[in-house]
Ligand binder design. Structure first.
Ligand SMILES: Cc1ncc(COP(=O)(O)O)c(C=O)c1O
Length: 404
């Protein structure tokens, strides 16, 4: 769907891919197809829950696939340069679905020491409970990854930039290492989006996204996606998609498809705002450290320049009195909201305490906890820069920092 887009730029692909002019109404903007069931020819649809979907019968029952999901999957695959995509009701459903599809009892998964909390909890808790061995490695350090690989390692899973500390993983180097070991590599690219980094081009086997964040871009739709080779996506759709039933609703597909049209210009705006904010914070006397891939002071700045087309909109920073600054936020902030999530028009701030994260989420061994503390200290604040005027955002943080 969407015609031949070969050789066209990312902004053109973001607007056109996945959607054809409606053949009946000539509508240029897609409709929302809410039908749960689709009329079929006698003999083409049976009683099995999966397996009715093929080229002759594109849609039979909406849990197995529906027109708005197909449009969104087409646009995502085109943006990523992937053979195919499968969308899910949330980002964590995409991640857990892929891991459940690929891993079996006795397999070993090597996962980032630090990642989105839901992934850390799902891998260390749920997957271990199912008899899957789970190890952790610092994905920014090839020697640590090598040391973590086992003969049974089936999959290596990394986020880049990783939530919440903005450490990067070198995707091409990881892919080489992992493939030499006979395993596969999955990258969570939620903080970057395909506009910034295309992990499959760099050798990853799968890429996962929370569509809830930058991809949708307006904070009004949950969603997730897995992208990769067509046969793997086909079985993911038929197995996990159908049997776990984490289908993305037609309305959410439609919202996210619309959000994707502005993804390239939004990513440029987030990066421009975040670059201004990061420079402001770095120069502020009460700020002790800033982690932003666009700053030359980021320890992986060279990798960021090589792997990211822009530094995206997420910043982590430390202040000289974390508690006092935190208490000042509700009185001093006019523009930022104190809230979880990221990648919407509004700017958000959230705090992270290493002790709490270690206890509840990461459960790191001593070596990985030491690495975490060296990078992130005891506590920090995470910013998701939105689309407001950067000077208003600087003034907001300046007011809160003035209490220190
Ligand atoms: C990097 C990353 N991956 C996945 C997820 C999960 O996405 P969702 O909230 O859509 O389930 C999040 C959520 O914060 C995230 O930050």
């Amino acid at each position: 769907m969407g015609g031949d887009l070969a050789g066209l730029g990312v902004s053109t692909v973001a607007v056109h891919a996945g959607v054809d002019v409606d053949p009946v109404m000539r509508a240029l903007t897609p409709s929302i197809a809410t039908s749960v069931t689709f009329a079929a020819e006698y003999g083409t649809v049976g009683f099995s829950a999966a397996g009715t979907v093929d080229d002759a019968v594109p849609f039979a029952y909406a849990r197995e696939g529906h027109p708005n999901a197909a449009q969104l999957e087409g646009r995502l695959a085109a943006l990523e340069g992937a053979e195919d995509a499968v969308v899910f009701s949330t980002g964590i459903a995409a991640i857990s679905g892929l891991l459940l599809q690929l891993l079996h009892p006795g397999d070993h998964l090597l996962v980032s020491d630090v990642s989105y909390a839901g992934t850390a909890e799902f891998t260390r808790g749920f997957l271990r409970g199912m008899g899957i061995e789970v190890g952790v490695a610092d994905m920014s350090d090839p020697d640590d990854v090598k040391a973590g690989l086992r003969p049974t390692t089936r999959l290596v899973y990394a986020e880049t930039p990783c939530n919440p500390v903005l450490k990067l993983a070198d995707i091409a180097a990881l892919a080489e290492l992992v493939h030499a070991h006979g395993a596969q590599l999955c990258i969570d690219g939620t903080f970057a989006t395909p506009v910034v980094t295309r992990p499959l081009d760099l050798g990853a086997d799968y890429v996962v996204y929370s569509l809830t964040k930058y991809m949708s871009g307006h904070g009004d739709a949950l969603g997730g996606a897995v992208l990769g080779p067509a046969p793997a996506m086909d079985s993911l759709r038929r197995e996990v998609g159908v049997h776990l039933g984490a289908t993305l609703s037609p309305f959410n597909c439609w919202l996210i498809l619309r959000g994707l049209e502005t993804l390239p210009i939004r990513m440029a705006a987030y990066a421009a705002g975040a670059t201004r904010l990061a420079a402001f914070l770095q120069d502020h006397p009460k700020v002790t450290r800033v982690r932003y891939p666009g700053l030359a002071s980021h320890p992986q700045y060279e990798l960021a320049r090589r792997q990211m087309r822009s530094p995206s909109g997420m910043i982590a920073f430390h202040v000289n009195d974390h508690q006092r600054f935190g208490q000042a936020l509700s009185d001093q902030l006019r523009v930022f909201s104190f809230a979880p999530s990221l990648g919407l028009s509004r700017s958000l701030i959230l705090e992270a305490h290493t002790g709490d994260l270690q206890r509840t989420t990461f459960q790191l061994d001593e070596d990985h906890l030491r690495r975490y503390r060296e990078w992130a200290g005891d506590a920090f604040f995470r910013l998701s820069i939105g689309l407001e005027d950067p000077e208003d955002l600087c003034a907001d943080l300046d007011r809160a920092l003035s209490v220190l």
